[in-house]
Design a protein around this ligand. Structure first.
Ligand code: 4AZ
Length: 838
């Protein structure tokens, strides 16, 4: 940026000198020459002063000012119907004389009508008819240019003004039969991104496609090497009147920021927002392809690219589907259990569809429906009203993105209706239903009010297992529980642990410290002035953990810059803010990101491909998967010592191990990178009895190639704080239950960081400062055998994932009051750096 500014400055100097020499007076008289030189000097000084002001003082606001200097371009697009015209196929060809003639006529009708409004007339530039389809429907856009001086009128140039002007214009023309003889029965106008306004007759990156029963393909320009910047491409797709169009994108990789580059898809031939199917950017994995369907026989796809960063673009397959196939949905479901989905699921459902399912089970039974995925998101929709697309059950409408939705009927019949309007579609839903006996809705389990069944032990355990709190209502607290102010019961261990477990704060009130005292994370009281005094007074360091500023002072909780300076800020590393003068806090931050756009299947615990790109599977000789590990650089993996230091010396032999990165399914090796191990470094202080220092580093014999599914995790600085109560994720192919089989598909589980003093109590004092607890005291979610060595990762506000722990040990798996114990990475960060340089 500095360089650019300097060049600009130079440019102008050169121009000044040039101008000056040109204006040098030609007179030979001395006085004249002196006056001339003086004048030139004065002018030169004035211009230099102006330039200094321009570049030095005005620079700060330059970007916004240049933005303001730009005239506003407003574009409205829509369609019009001409009932008296006979449709001819030649109208589909933009180069045919028929198209040209009708387009020109309509463009003049648009101009004539829009100019009837004085405000629109002032700024009107042009109208362009872009296509025709059966009906006869014409698609167009109109453009208005507002100069900088008139910018304040922009809000007045509204969608309403344009559409009302056009509507009253065509009505007037019908009455008087004036202007063109073409009868227009209906016209729409919607505000449109000017980048979408294409001139089809210019034929530049503009394509007309016909969808047939056989699948055909098209791709973005330059695919797969990369699309050029400033692309404005459009694909108009049509099919016969009895069909609809299906487009799937087996490959889709467009810039991540949708404001720069994106693909927008319309259920129309004009980029009319009211008929948008979807707008997408980013990178989609093969497990989550974009699949859309039109409601009628036309579709428009736009590609807009603005960034210089090249991405491969997309490959699209398109074909015609019979309308009757797509729009038939719903029906009567009379089995005792079953599955039903929105039309075309997991493709996007088509616009303008209505379905009704009637679930009718045996008399005397009731119906429970559980939505495993529910996604009907639409811009500008209030999810309490759901006035656009929705699912309706027992009079209530549901829309948006729901993570858990389970409903029960009052009788043996339940009706589920689905509605999609003309604009914006989404993945829809997948639901399962089951008939149940109302006298015994959840045999041997607890029935939540939502209809879900949960293990009986989970009732009144302090955790909201039902999702609607119904398992935590009407509880009688036992002697090990605390009675919250709102009637809930929580384990006494959670009182005064700085986490508002009750929800009403009652478990954190009247904790023993006086007003002028600080309560440490473990409950100890300290004088208030120990806080942020750069000395660790609380055993858990909580008195120094959240100090915002005390520049120049170093404590255990300061981030140490490469220069040796200290930054007293919580989690300063890789937070996208340069805190160190040498920027070392933001160095080595190419980590902890997931390139793929993920498909969030809610409730399931199977991980998706690319969801945890730092996860590695370690195979030992012929035993297959044995332990997990995480990628910390191209050449280094992080794992647990206990995977390698055992009674069997073979475990410590590097050549007995293989590492698999980019894996999700143990039996699928496509795009998986296998690397032998060159060297195993176990921590010299690892203690086989206590599992203290349970950490090991694996050097790979060949570096990894990072990809969408293979990425390094960020390692936290020693000062990094993962507070108690924080939700983190543990992943692995370990046993699905204690003593059970290992998983074939990578599993993920959300677990909470547990307060150190609670951790110490529940492990009966077996944790050291190199360990941390994470999980749930109620049990049910945990790492297990085979997950060892794998990562516990936490998502930070900076948008990056950091590894807080390494799966180490625990008493059994997922038992009550027996959370998982992990190696505390922050405590061993310096050892990792010393051994690997990472
Ligand atoms: C194991 O044996 C193991 N519940 C790993 C984690 C846990 C228990 C056992 C934590 O590898």
């Amino acid at each position: 940026m500095n360089a650019a500014r300097y060049e600009g400055h130079n440019d102008r100097h050169e121009r000044i000198e040039f101008l000056g020499s040109k204006e040098k007076p030609q007179s030979k008289r001395k006085l004249g020459a002196v006056i001339g030189v003086l004048l030139a000097v004065v002018i030169l000084a004035a211009v230099v002063a102006f330039l200094i002001w321009l570049f030095v003082f005005k620079d700060a606001g330059e970007a916004s000012i240049s933005q303001q200097r730009k005239p506003s371009v407003l574009v409205f697009s829509g369609h019009m119907e001409m009932p008296d015209l006979k449709y001819q196929e030649k109208l589909e060809d933009t180069s045919s004389p028929e198209f040209q003639e009708l387009a020109e006529k309509l463009e003049s009708v648009l101009e004539e009508n829009l100019k009837k409004d004085p405000l629109l007339a002032t700024y009107y530039t042009k109208s362009v008819v872009t296509a025709f389809s059966e009906g006869v429907i014409g698609y167009y856009w109109s453009r208005f240019d507002v100069p900088v001086a008139d910018r304040e009128v922009v809000p007045e140039l509204s969608e309403e003004l344009v559409s009302e002007t056009l509507e009253s214009g065509i009505m007037e023309q019908q009455r008087t039969r004036s202007g063109s003889k073409i009868k227009i029965s209906e016209i729409t106008a919607t505000f449109t991104d000017p980048r979408m306004a294409r001139e089809p007759r210019a034929n530049e990156c503009f394509f007309r496609l016909e969808a047939g029963e056989m699948m055909s393909s098209f791709s973005s320009p330059g695919y797969p090497s990369g699309y050029p910047p400033k692309s404005r491409c459009q694909w108009q797709i049509r099919t016969s009147a009895t069909n609809v169009i299906s487009v799937t994108f087996p490959f889709f990789h467009v810039e991540d920021d949708c404001s720069d580059d994106f693909v927008s898809i319309y259920d129309s031939l004009s980029p009319d927002d009211s008929q948008a199917i979807t707008e997408k950017c980013g990178h989609r994995p093969p497990s989550n392809p974009l699949e859309v369907v039109s409601s009628g026989n036309i579709m428009l796809i736009n590609l807009i690219t603005d960034t210089m960063t090249q991405r491969p673009g997309f490959l699209a397959n398109y074909k015609a589907l019979r309308k009757s196939e797509v729009k038939t949905c719903g029906g009567v479901l009379s089995e005792s259990s079953g599955v039903f989905t929105s039309p075309l699921y997991p493709s996007f459902y088509p616009p303008a569809v209505d379905c009704k399912w009637t679930i009718k089970v045996e008399a005397g039974k009731k119906v429970r429906v559980k939505f495993n995925l529910f996604r009907m998101k639409e811009p500008g929709v209030d999810i309490f009203e759901c006035h656009k697309d929705y699912v309706q059950v027992m009079g209530k409408k549901y829309c948006g993105e729901l993570s858990s939705l389970a409903l029960t009927s009052n009788t043996n019949t339940l009706e589920v209706t689905f509605h999609s309007d003309e604009s914006y579609t989404d993945k829809g839903f997948s639901a399962e239903y089951v008939a149940y006996d109302p006298g015994n809705p959840c045999p041997n389990m607890f029935a939540c009010a939502s209809g879900i069944c949960i293990a009986r032990e989970l009732k009144c355990d302090g955790w909201n297992d039902c999702g609607d709190m119904s398992d935590e209502m009407k509880c009688k607290c036992d002697k090990e529980q605390f009675n919250c102010g709102n009637g809930l019961c929580k384990p006494k261990l959670w009182v005064c642990d700085r986490v508002n477990d009750c929800g009403d704060g009652s478990d954190e009130e009247s904790c023993s410290c006086e007003e002028n005292e600080w309560r440490c994370g473990d409950g100890t009281c300290m004088p208030q002035d120990v806080v942020c005094d750069t000395k660790t007074d609380c055993e858990d360091g909580s008195d120094e953990a959240s100090c915002k500023t005390s520049p120049g002072i170093c404590s255990d909780f300061s981030f140490k810059c490469k220069s040796g300076d200290c930054v007293n800020k919580v989690n300063a590393e890789c937070d996208r803010v340069n805190d160190c003068a040498d920027d070392s806090d933001e160095a080595g931050c190419n980590c902890g990101t997931r390139p793929f756009k993920l498909n969030r299947i809610v409730g399931g615990q199977n991980a998706e491909l690319g969801e945890w790109p730092w996860q590695v599977s370690l195979h030992f000789l012929t035993s297959g998967h044995v332990c997990g590990a995480s990628i910390i650089s191209e050449k280094w993996l992080l794992s647990a010592s206990h995977c390698f230091v055992t009674h069997d010396a073979a475990n410590h032999v590097a050549s007995n191990w293989q590492t698999y990165s980019g894996m999700q399914d143990q039996f699928k090796h496509e795009d998986v990178q296998r690397r032998p191990v060159k060297r195993i470094i176990s921590h010299p202080d690892y203690n086989q009895m206590t599992f203290d220092y349970d950490i090991a580093l694996l050097e790979l014999s060949e570096p990894l190639e990072f990809s969408n599914t293979i990425q390094p995790i960020c390692l936290p600085a020693p000062s990094h704080v993962f507070p108690a109560g924080m939700s983190c994720w543990v992943t692995g192919w370990g046993a699905l239950r204690e003593g059970g089989q290992k998983a074939q598909l990578l599993q993920k589980a959300s677990v909470k960081i547990i307060n150190d003093s609670v951790c110490n109590v529940v492990t009966e004092g077996q944790v050291t400062s190199r360990m941390l607890c994470s999980g749930f005291l109620s049990g049910g979610v945990d790492a297990c055998q085979g997950d060892s060595g794998g990562p516990l990762v936490c998502f930070e506000e900076s948008g990056k994932w950091f590894q807080s722990g390494i799966v180490s040990w625990g008493e059994g798996c997922a038992r009550r009051n027996k959370p998982g114990v992990y190696t505390r990475v922050t405590k061993l960060r310096e050892w990792i750096k010393k051994e690997t340089g990472v």
